[in-house]
Design a protein around this ligand. Structure first.
Ligand SMILES: *Cc1c(COP(=O)(O)O)cnc(C)c1O
Length: 341
């Protein structure tokens, strides 16, 4: 099977497994796992932030950040396509007792002027207190698009003017960094907190890291414990993340190239309609003439798996476990697709 359903399907390589089994470990709830401590220090340095916290999943690191940055009844501004809003089980309400203020942007990217207009008047008792803005880069439902850096700086300005915190859901921030060539420290300077994922496209079975100031991470650690996310000898997993950081970030550009190659084949397919610009490792396109489910079925006959993400759209995600040869086979299948029963 050639699995394009998600970049979450990647598996550890033998070298990763070797790094994991060689890791020195301790009880991380006691702060005594040297491999976890090293990973956290390395990532904090990588983004130029004060501190970091290993978390089991990206959902947990986002939810912890939202909980720490808000009080119950507060409002969180995000895009109407944001993972924190549509794919975290209503966690903003469940975990933080806060509510979302979803804004309609361009492919999941919102603008500074929209953010400013959505901030509630602090003196109006009718209104929820706006306390946090969450951005997502790359934007998953936006077809892996990268935020315009200038716009992020404008949003930062708005947040600073109005005393709001700014969190980045950077589940695929490494993809954005590779695609734009930006310095990760720029992100550390601008955001109050950042969550990055290693279970996307880089071979790790689990793991996300939350970054922020020392006081923020101190609170985040408490919340992680409350959510049951305090783990013991998790250095085995931290070693896998460290390996991915050292070896699997730069190669993301191969996934981006693979996505562009597949896009050129898709454009030639009669059933493919409007496609979102392909900037990183995600392709989202409309299917016309047949149902997206049927389109996926026709590819499945050729041992190619894709996902149907809306009643009109199909998504293809490239990742570490997709080889150049698989991309060629996929292009061939797309160019020679036959719709017979
Ligand atoms: C995958 C993802 C997450 C976190 O997912 P987990 O499976 O909980 O690690 C967060 N944000 C975005 C945009 C994602 O794509």
């Amino acid at each position: 099977m050639i699995d394009f359903r998600s970049d979450t399907f990647t598996k550890p390589t033998p070298a990763m497994l070797a790094a994991m089994s060689a890791a020195p470990v301790g009880d991380d709830v006691f702060g005594e796992d040297p491999t976890v401590n090293l990973l956290e220090a390395n990532l904090a340095a990588y983004f130029g932030m004060e501190a970091a916290l290993f978390c089991p999943s990206g959902t947990m690191s986002n939810q912890i950040a939202i909980k720490v940055h808000t009080l119950p009844g507060d409002e969180v501004i995000c895009s109407d396509l944001a993972h924190v809003y549509i794919y975290e089980g209503g966690g903003i309400a469940f975990n933080a007792g806060a509510q979302a203020r979803p804004l309609h942007g361009d492919r999941g990217m919102i603008r500074a002027a929209q953010v400013e207009a959505a901030i509630n008047d602090i003196d109006d008792d009718h209104k929820a207190r706006t306390s946090l803005v969450c951005l997502e880069n790359t934007s998953n439902r936006g077809g892996g698009c990268c935020y315009d850096w200038q716009e992020i700086l404008h949003i930062r300005e708005v947040c600073s003017t109005h005393g709001l915190q700014l969190h980045l859901d950077g589940a695929r921030l490494f993809n954005a960094l590779v695609a734009t060539g930006q310095d990760p420290k720029q992100y550390g300077e601008v955001f109050d907190s950042i969550s990055v994922c290693f279970n996307k496209g880089m071979g790790c079975p689990m793991g996300s890291v939350l970054l922020g100031s020392k006081t923020f991470i101190r609170e985040a650690r408490r919340v992680r414990k409350k959510l049951g996310g305090g783990l013991r000898q998790v250095g085995y997993m931290a070693a896998c993340l460290q390996y991915a950081l050292d070896h699997n970030v730069k190669r993301l550009k191969i996934d981006h190239e693979h996505a562009k190659i597949i896009a050129t084949a898709l454009i030639e397919n009669d059933y493919v309609g409007k496609m979102m610009p392909v900037e990183t490792n995600i392709l989202i396109f409309e299917v016309k003439g047949i149902a997206p489910k049927r389109f996926a079925e026709l590819l499945k006959r050729q041992d190619i798996l894709v996902s149907v993400v809306s009643p009109t759209q199909v998504r293809i995600v490239t990742h570490m476990d997709i080889t150049a040869e698989m991309v060629q086979r996929t292009c061939h299948a797309i160019l020679n697709m036959e719709n017979h029963p």
